[in-house]
Design a protein around this ligand. Structure first.
Ligand code: ADP
Ligand code: ADP
Length: 225
């Protein structure tokens, strides 16, 4: 029933760094989870493990009942990085269409989907703009639209607003909350900011300093969609 299940997962990097030790976490469909903890405690490592960017030293991860590799191949999740990673020579629409292009989606469908995802982040009017014409916050919204290109149920976000100023960040928090309410997606959101975590999430997962252990899971009184 859990869309994400992490059981006894440890991660030891080849240089011997123990980044995660016996992590356990179950996430239900539609939750908005914030992952907080001090720098270096293994938050990014946990997201990268979920997204099959790295493989655990031990333990079991299931995404919608599948292995992370199967889930990746099924395009079961999107991933938003800390800094926008848009292609400067492609316009906004073309950036959002890129993953669909790589997967050889029919041209008409690429365009229709990308336009739908841009509308979700409120940027439909900026489809023909280039990344350099947009503010940092708007570029990050394009990155979110691109991560949603396959319309995955699950979205991983690694400190997506960490580099933005306070006001932009608050605006994007509101926007993300609206997106979550409208779409019912499951979101796992890494942040350094306790206020952000409290504002956004249905549950806050607190990790201890390295090696990260999942310490506390705090339910937040945020109504689900
Ligand atoms: P956080 O996202 O909480 O800041 P990370 O998951 O990035 O923490 O890192 C957890 C720990 O693992 C840190 O001590 C970091 O230096 C270490 N680490 C991350 N990636 C690697 C790697 N590829 N090789 C060795 N150590 C790593
Ligand atoms: P963000 O919060 O996304 O970084 P800013 O607040 O920096 O955006 O806004 C940059 C400029 O773009 C501002 O003039 C803002 O009014 C405008 N802008 C942002 N989003 C939209 C939108 N969806 N439609 C029209 N203008 C927008």
């Amino acid at each position: 029933e859990a869309i994400v299940s992490v059981q006894g997962v440890s991660m030891v990097f080849p240089n011997g760094t123990v980044a995660l030790k016996d992590a356990n976490l179950e996430i239900a469909q539609g939750e908005f989870i914030s992952l907080i903890g001090p720098s270096g405690c293994g938050k990014t490592t946990l997201l990268r493990l979920l997204a099959d960017l790295i493989q655990p030293s031990s333990g079991t991860i299931r995404i919608g009942g599948k292995s992370p590799e199967q889930a990746r191949k099924a395009r079961a999740y999107g991933y938003v990085f800390q800094a926008p990673t848009l292609m400067e020579w492609r316009n906004v629409l073309s950036n959002v269409m890129l993953p669909l292009e790589v997967m050889n989606f029919p041209v008409q469908e690429r365009r229709a989907r990308a336009e739908r995802m841009l509308a979700l982040v409120g940027l439909e009017k900026f489809a023909r703009h280039y990344p350099w014409q947009l503010s940092g916050g708007m570029q990050q919204r394009v990155s979110i639209a691109r991560a949603l290109a396959f319309d995955p149920q699950l979205l991983f976000m690694d400190e997506p607003f960490g580099a933005l100023d306070e006001i932009t960040r608050e605006n994007l928090n509101l926007e993300l909350l609206r997106l979550w309410r409208e779409t019912g997606k499951t979101i796992i959101f890494v942040t350094h900011s306790i206020p952000e975590a409290v504002f956004l999430s249905t549950r806050i997962v607190v990790m201890t300093p390295r090696p990260g252990k999942i310490e506390t899971v705090i339910p937040v009184d945020l109504p689900q969609p």
